[in-house]
Design a protein around this ligand. Sequence first.
Ligand SMILES: Nc1ncnc2c1ncn2[C@@H]1O[C@H](COP(=O)(O)OP(=O)(O)OP(=O)(O)O)[C@@H](O)[C@H]1O
Ligand SMILES: [Mg+2]
Length: 383
Amino acid sequence: MHAKPNPQSSSFEPHQSESPDDLALTTEGTGETADSLEDFSDNVSWLPDAITILDHDLNLIWGNNMAETWFGFSTSEHAHSDFIELIQSNEIKEFILGKGYPESFECASPKNPDLVLRLRFLPYKNRQYLLQARDITQIKALENIRRDFIANASHELRTPVSILYGYLEMMSEKKGSGISSEWRQAIKHMRKQIIRIKQIIEDMSTLSRLENPDTPNPSEALDMDELIESASNNARALSGKSSHSILTKVNTNYDLLGNRSEIESLVSNLVSNAIHYTPAEGRITIKWDVKSSVGTLSVADTGIGIEKQELPRITERFYRVDSSRSRNTGGTGLGLAIVNHIVNRNNAKLRIKSIPKRGSVFSVIFPRSRIQPNNRSTDLLFG
Ligand SMILES: Nc1ncnc2c1ncn2[C@@H]1O[C@H](COP(=O)(O)OP(=O)(O)OP(=O)(O)O)[C@@H](O)[C@H]1O
Ligand SMILES: [Mg+2]
């Protein structure tokens, strides 16, 4: 018998808002009204999605035609067999056993490596489990085209924009009477806009790098005390005359295992938002804590907050709650999209709590596999 899997609850998580996977709920609803497995199997046997039902001990009860084809079993032959032994894919085994994977999981079909599947594993009635798989090969192909387009476009734009920027820099530094005051003003505006375009290009190429599964993601043990100290110094510099109070609270016993530049970018995006969207003299708190084997990195502010209905959208590319206000702060609307990608690459979760006019807390929750007690630690988490 296997350790009991722990399918996670469906609380609000930004990275799931794009997911089309709503079938599981429909299926569950059908199951509740069905009198028997037979009724249920009649209803879903020809669905384009794969549906597999497992018992409490992860033995196969039933799979529809798609499940048999994509996973390579036969209900008539393998019913009551241990599904973990049956399935020819280590990543699917680990996903089912709940080893730190997110709620939905993408992988190749064990029977056809060209087929990309998105899996969900859910509790089902009478202490059973339901494994749902959807063919997302075409969606992935389109995503690749979009990603390549953005990567190529931002790469191609870089050089001409740098040349324009260079000339505008030269012109704005030019002293003397060669340039009229009218043109000086225009050059100042052009320079401001070109800096904005440069930032958008930079963010777009960061996003396509983060989206590319082939981008290397080397991990190292990060001293969070040092990382947060440096983030808080940057925050003070960014706040400048606005004089926000920047507080930090760090559990120094645990390091985070992650890619330094990505984690720094995650913290810096959250902290710069906290500064931009918090009035002068407000309070920003950056925290790292580890409890119950889970690491939480959070940035809290006492700023303008976000209306509840906006929350599911704010991690979308270019989405800004109040675009005129954000334009004034120089924002492009890509910061939280970058944060979201880094969160996903670390198998972490982003949780946002916010009360309009009171403030917001952005928390990134890292799984146990990303946390490491360090040499300075006396209290060992993992025994
Ligand atoms: N701490 C916060 N408090 C209030 N609103 C926030 C906060 N963080 C983000 N937002 C809202 O979410 C939107 C998206 O944030 P995001 O960081 O993606 O873009 P941005 O800050 O506008 O631009 P940039 O790409 O430069 O970061 C913001 O425009 C703002 O409306
Ligand atoms: Mg931002």
